[in-house]
Every structure is written in structure tokens, then in C-alpha cells.
Design a protein around this ligand. Structure first.
Ligand SMILES: Nc1ncnc2c1ncn2[C@@H]1O[C@H](COP(=O)(O)OP(=O)(O)OP(=O)(O)O)[C@@H](O)[C@H]1O
Ligand SMILES: [Mg+2]
Length: 438
């Protein structure tokens, strides 16, 4: 009840085993009782099993909680259905309504019961992303990048980097596939993990499970639903990808003043999975700000987050962090770079790689490949123009050729005219400086 503070304990079989009593839930009774009361307040009356389902606790545990409420005359038993195993129905009393309003003023959270911070720490450790990374082999990476044309230097560097589960920086010129590579390698980090719906920290509730990043897995298929604590959702390892929208706020616990509940930080949501920070250096957040914020977490694998009460809490930081940037890494802070052990340069394609990309794109888009047309393109728009090859150009130029042909009701092809038009559309041209006779 409010003000009561019991020392949380862990069920004998560990944090994931089915709780047999209220104490086994390992969180403060006040929070649990408030939760049951809020449910009754919103629903008016409920079966014990409905309350147990909402709170994701076993029925006997929910009934114990409801008994506590009943003893304080905050709820009443309205009757049972007189079945073989009677199902009791509960209603809220006037005193219960007053208490529920009080509870709602502290937090509007209604849903699965929270797990303890101790339990969360232990489970994050047990299902560390490092385990999933350590089994990645060359063949897996080559398979994941099968659709791409990737220089062997990248595979040679990226494989061990992924294997180590240590932070990785992908860098190189725009359009050479940093984002594309990252999108393809995330599927290498396999397996499912348990994610709590919510966690209680110092009497505050933090919502961790987020359907945007956590896809539920059918535990019965994996045989992982046997007698376990249902306050944890079985999910695929999360992939949190953020781009320019990343702010310092989303890297902290976000307190919603209306619901008076905290939302976990993005890195908490990424625990056990991948945290990919794309276009690093182009965020609203300055590189130095991220550096200051993450210098400890990257090294120590713990993060310090502040509750809205001002209290700092230590939270595990256990994700494979991948940064991608097209900025020159030498402009980034040396102290930051030191904490990213793996820096993988994604180079411009070689001419042969460019050729392979072009041929593949033509095939995929139904454009007949023509060696003469290709040589014309390379000679005029790269060699003579002294322009570097980029891996995105084949896709972008062939797209131009296809749309121009469609507009002109012609078959797309690599004629000189089509290439000239595609390049005129795609590449920036220098405005002519002098008088133009034509
Ligand atoms: N190695 C590659 N193999 C096949 N296609 C590629 C490759 N690299 C890039 N592409 C194509 O180019 C597109 C753009 O690449 P991507 O967005 O990954 O580049 P980037 O390096 O992240 O660029 P930026 O620095 O501007 O973010 C991809 O969506 C893909 O179609
Ligand atoms: Mg990119």
C-alpha cells in the first residue's frame, strides 16, 4: 500500500520463473496494489482472471492482491459464477475510488505489472547481444550481403567487428552503401529475448516494451512459455535505427507529465539488440553532446539515467552500437573515436564493382545492358569529368533512364542520348561562364 516499502526479492527460480506469491514479483506492493485498483476503477467490476491477465500475473497472485484490497475495504467480492472452480468478480468501493484517484495522480500507468530493476539487470546480462554476435561467421555475413556488391576489404573488417559486439563506425563517401549494409546485417543478430513490459525503479514505472522495436515471438513454438513469468514479453532482438531526428531527450528516460510515467530511453529499448545511429554528425544532437553522454556507457556498458525525481539510476547498456557517417572521421573527437574500436571504411566501388552493380540494376529494372553504352557513360561522365564512382549511381541513373523512356513511350536502353539525358538530370552541371553562341 502507499508508503509501504518491502524489500524486493527474486523468485527462487530466477527472474523469469513463474511467480508464486506477491513477494515473488519482486516489486513494491504499493505499486502492485495501485495497479489492481486502477484497473478496477476504469472497468468498474472485473473477474479475478481478467485482472490477472491485464497485470500478466498468475491468478493466485492477483487474488492475493485483491484480498489485500478487500481487507482495506477498497474492493468487494460481488459473487462467483458457481462453476466447478468459482471465478470471483470484484467491484470497487467508494473508498477504493478515492484511493484509485490518488494512485492515478501519482501515475496513470495501467497494464502489465512491472519487474524489478534487479531482475531486469540480470536478464539483460543473461541474454547479452554479445552471445548472438559471437556466433556470426564469414559465411553468414557473405550471405547477408549477397544482394550487394561489397569490397572484400569491407567483409574482412566488418565480420570480426560484428563478432566482437563492440561499437562500429561505418564511414565513407555518400551513396556507397553504409545505410544499406547496416540494414542488411541487422538480420545476422538472431534469436529472441525477454523484454519486460515495465520496470519499477525507486517506486517509478518505466515502460520498456515498445511494439515499434519489439516484435513478439510465439513462445509456445520456441518452447519458452512453460511456467514462466508473463510480465516479460518474448521478442526478436530489437533493432533501433535512428537518423537525424536523434535528440538528447530520447537518450534519457522520458517522463510524460500527463500520464506521470517514464518511457525507457532508446538505448534501453535496444538492449539485447542493435542500436544503429545513421548519419552520425548530422543530428540535431551535436557529436560532442553524444560523446559526453555516451563516453562511459560505450566503455562500461552501463548507463546512468535520471528519473524525473532527479534520482540517477544505473541501467545496463547492452546493444551492438553501429554509427554511420559520411563526415571525415578525422574531424570527430579523438576521445570518441578511441571508444569505437572498429572503424570500417566503405570505399567507392572499383570500376569492376561499378560494372557489376550497373549490370545487376539493368537486369532488375528490365533495361537491356549494353557494353558500349556503359563504356560511353564511364568515359564521359567519370573519366573525363574526373568524377568518383559511387555505388548508388547505377540505381539512380538507370531509374532516370526508365522514367524518361516511360514518359516518351519508348523502350528503355543504354543509348548515348538516354545516358546523356539521365546524367544531365542527375549530376549537377556547372553553369556556363561565357557567352553561348547556340
Ligand atoms: N554496395 C552496394 N551494393 C548494392 N547497392 C548499393 C551499394 N551501395 C549502395 N547501393 C545502392 O545505393 C543506395 C544508397 O546507398 P546508402 O543510402 O546505403 O548510402 P550511404 O553510404 O548510407 O549514403 P549517405 O552517406 O548519403 O547516407 C542503396 O539504397 C542501394 O540501392
Ligand atoms: Mg546513409
Amino acid at each position: 500500500m502507499k508508503g509501504e516499502s518491502e524489500s524486493p526479492r527474486m523468485p527462487a527460480g530466477g527472474p523469469l520463473s513463474k511467480p508464486l506469491s506477491v513477494d515473488d514479483l519482486g516489486v513494491s506492493r504499493g505499486v502492485l496494489v495501485d495497479l489492481a485498483l486502477k484497473l478496477l476503477y476504469f472497468e468498474g467490476e472485473m473477474d479475478g482472471s481478467e485482472i490477472a491477465n491485464s497485470m500478466r500475473t498468475p491468478l493466485p497472485v492477483a487474488i492475493d492482491l485483491l484480498d489485500m484490497l478487500r481487507k482495506e475495504r477498497l474492493c468487494t467480492v460481488l459473487g462467483s459464477d458457481r462453476g466447478v472452480v468459482p471465478v470471483y468478480r470484484y467491484g470497487i468501493t467508494e473508498a477504493g475510488v478515492a484511493r484509485a484517484r490518488e494512485a492515478l495522480s501519482r501515475s496513470e500507468y495501467v497494464g502489465p505489472a512491472p519487474v524489478s530493476l534487479g531482475g531486469y539487470r540480470e536478464i539483460v546480462k543473461r541474454q547479452s547481444v554479445a552471445m548472438a554476435c559471437s556466433v556470426i561467421r564469414r559465411e553468414d555475413l557473405e550471405q547477408a550481403l549477397n544482394e550487394l556488391v561489397v569490397n572484400p576489404s569491407v567483409t574482412n573488417q566488418l565480420g570480426p567487428a560484428l563478432n566482437s559486439a563492440q561499437p562500429i563506425l561505418l564511414y565513407g563517401a555518400p551513396g556507397n552503401g553504409k545505410t544499406y549494409i547496416a540494414q542488411n546485417i541487422v538480420n545476422l543478430v538472431l534469436g529472441s529475448i525477454f523484454v519486460p513490459y515495465a520496470c519499477e525503479i525507486e517506486g517509478q514505472l518505466i515502460k520498456i516494451y515498445d511494439p515499434e522495436y519489439h516484435s513478439l515471438v510465439d513462445g509456445s513454438v520456441e518452447g519458452r512459455n512453460v511456467d514462466r513469468d508473463n510480465r516479460w514479453a518474448l521478442c526478436t532482438r530489437p533493432v533501433v535505427m535512428v537518423g537525424g531526428e536523434l535528440t538528447l531527450t530520447s537518450l534519457g528516460l522520458v517522463f510524460d507529465p500527463i500520464s506521470k510515467c517514464h518511457e525507457a530511453s532508446l538505448q534501453m529499448k535496444a538492449n539485447g539488440g542493435i542500436f544503429f545511429i545513421d548519419d552520425f554528425g548530422r543530428q540535431l544532437l551535436l557529436p560532442e553532446e553524444l560523446l559526453n553522454r555516451w563516453i562511459v556507457p560505450l566503455e562500461a556498458q552501463v548507463d546512468y539515467l535520471a528519473l524525473h525525481t532527479g534520482k540517477q539510476v544505473q541501467i545496463p547498456f547492452d546493444s551492438l552500437v553501429i554509427f554511420s557517417t559520411n563526415l571525415d572521421p578525422s574531424t570527430l573527437d579523438e576521445a570518441f573515436l578511441r571508444r569505437i574500436p572498429h572503424k570500417v571504411m566503405i570505399p567507392n566501388p572499383t570500376l569492376y564493382e561499378y560494372y557489376m552493380l550497373f549490370e545487376r540494376v539493368c537486369q532488375a529494372k528490365g533495361v537491356p545492358f549494353d557494353k558500349d553504352g556503359f563504356s560511353y557513360l564511364v568515359d564521359k561522365y567519370y573519366r573525363k569529368a574526373n568524377r568518383p564512382l559511387r555505388a548508388c549511381h547505377p540505381r539512380d541513373l538507370v531509374d532516370q533512364i526508365v522514367t524518361v523512356a516511360r514518359f516518351n513511350e519508348q523502350e528503355p536502353g543504354l543509348s548515348k542520348e538516354n545516358i546523356d539525358q539521365a546524367c544531365a538530370n542527375y549530376f549537377v552541371q556547372r553553369p556556363s561562364e561565357g557567352f553561348d553562341e547556340s
